[in-house]
Design a protein around this ligand. Structure first.
Ligand code: LMR
Length: 433
């Protein structure tokens, strides 16, 4: 492997890397600077995939590498190493909001191999803002210092068209939080712009089969905006994160039943990642038995359980003084793992997906959290062996109405005409309780 850290002046565009092997790799090995910045910067990369495939040891002429230091000046041949020669092809993962709290938990999980597997080398492409660029450098430095064997490249930048180039996964975390006195419609518009731009960038430069997970709130509608702006990427590839809500629901059920959470399965979060979300206790199971058979307290299930899950994010903000970060990162890792490993027999997981052709009768053309299963190939199918009753359906319709109203607010960002914003009064993000 050729591993390099280079100080170099970088202007407005990609600079051909002096180190490494092929042109394609050189392109991806850049550490992107803000367009106007002309300061010295750091590039960190390991061209593992190229060398795993080619078995090439790229001994660099010492004269061409005078800028490197320490371990980054060392060149290895991965084919010669029993531990790495069976590794998979490099996976490119972009993370936006990379200097934020959620990313700070997530990036180290991704780099450690716990998400994509211990035979999966990874390139991390970190997207930040001009304001956060120095912090991004700090994140990249900490990643370097962690010596993760599977982490083969780190690049940072503020231009999604550069950062998203050839990415296989885009984890879109960065978004503006709702400020004091800000109308929810304004939040939808501000964040919607970000996700419209990122959708366009993904459409232009990402892998044609990129999987996109939207975390920045309001994540369902942001995911819808993103996919509408990326018509060349299958709409099925876009997800809104509701796995955090599923995890929260599992925890509450386990607590009430007095079992550990690994006994709780088939928990669906239906709908929006907001206070209208519907944690489904009708289909959920404890040790293979319907939750309603184990927890006889229907009033608790219908009222306390449901509200606790819906408002968990807000209660957490009251305690912490900020949004959930560690548990959100864990749930992002869980959401990815659910797509890259086969779903355990009979179980399913929740994720917000595009509703086209859904079997439940939920309105088409929104992003709605539903029960899914995966073969572990990054794709999913909707679970069809689910029951519905009036209580569940009535609540699902409320969350659906909220998402349809949100969609009207962002029509100017989805290419569907003029926006008309008339949101239900109680519409809130979990963090706005
Ligand atoms: C959460 O559910 O914890 C967050 O989405 C809350 C928020 O509004 O940031």
């Amino acid at each position: 492997m050729g591993l390099s850290t280079v100080y170099s002046p970088v202007g407005s565009h990609l600079v051909p890397a002096p180190l490494g092997t092929g042109a394609a790799h050189r392109r991806s090995a850049q550490l992107h600077r803000p367009r106007r910045a002309l300061l010295a910067t750091v590039r960190c990369s390991v061209d593992a995939a190229k060398q795993v495939q080619d078995g090439v040891a790229t001994a660099e002429a010492p004269a061409s590498r005078k800028d490197c230091f320490g371990v980054f000046c060392t060149t290895y041949d991965l084919k010669a190493d029993d531990k790495t020669k069976s590794w998979k092809k490099l996976v490119n993962v972009a993370v936006s909001g990379a200097a934020g709290m959620i990313s700070n938990h997530l990036l180290f999980k991704l780099a450690s191999g716990e998400v994509f597997g211990q035979d999966q080398p990874i390139a991390l492409k970190l997207l930040g803002s001009e304001r956060s660029f120095q912090a991004l450098e700090g994140v990249a430095m900490e990643l370097e210092d962690s010596l993760y064997p599977l982490l083969r490249e780190v690049s940072i930048g503020i231009d999604p068209y550069e950062v998203f180039e050839d990415v296989d996964w885009a984890l879109l975390i960065g978004a503006k939080p709702r400020g004091p006195g800000m109308e929810r419609a304004a939040l939808l518009d501000i964040n919607g712009q970000i996700f419209a731009d990122q959708g366009k960038a993904l459409n232009a430069v990402a892998s044609r089969n990129v999987k996109v997970l939207v975390v920045g709130n309001p994540c369902n509608t942001n995911a819808l905006i993103c996919l509408k702006n990326a018509p060349n990427i299958p709409a099925k590839n876009f997800h809104a994160l509701t796995r955090l809500d599923e995890n929260r629901a599992k925890c509450q059920v386990a607590l009430k039943a007095g079992v550990f959470y690994d006994k709780v399965s088939n928990v669906t979060i239906w709908g929006n990642h907001s206070t209208t979300q519907v944690p489904d206790f009708l289909n959920a199971k404890i040790d293979g038995r319907p939750v309603k058979e184990v927890i006889k307290d229907t009033k608790w299930l219908e009222e306390e359980f449901t509200m606790t899950v819906q408002k968990r994010g807000g209660v957490l903000i009251q305690k912490w003084g900020r949004s959930s970060a560690a548990s959100t990162a864990v749930s992002i890792a869980d959401a990815i793992k659910s797509l890259v490993t086969p779903t355990p027999e009979g179980d399913w997981f929740s994720t917000g997906v595009y509703t086209t052709g859904n079997p439940y009768g939920i309105a088409e053309d929104i992003v709605f959290s539903m029960p899914c299963r995966s073969k572990g190939d990054g794709d999913y199918e909707l679970a069809t062996d689910v029951s519905m009753d009036d209580f569940l359906w009535e609540r699902i319709k409320k969350s659906e109405a909220e998402l349809l109203a949100e969609k009207k607010c962002v029509a100017h960002l989805t290419g569907e005409g003029n926006a008309f914003c008339d949101l239900p009064e109680d519409t809130m993000l979990p963090g706005e309780v």
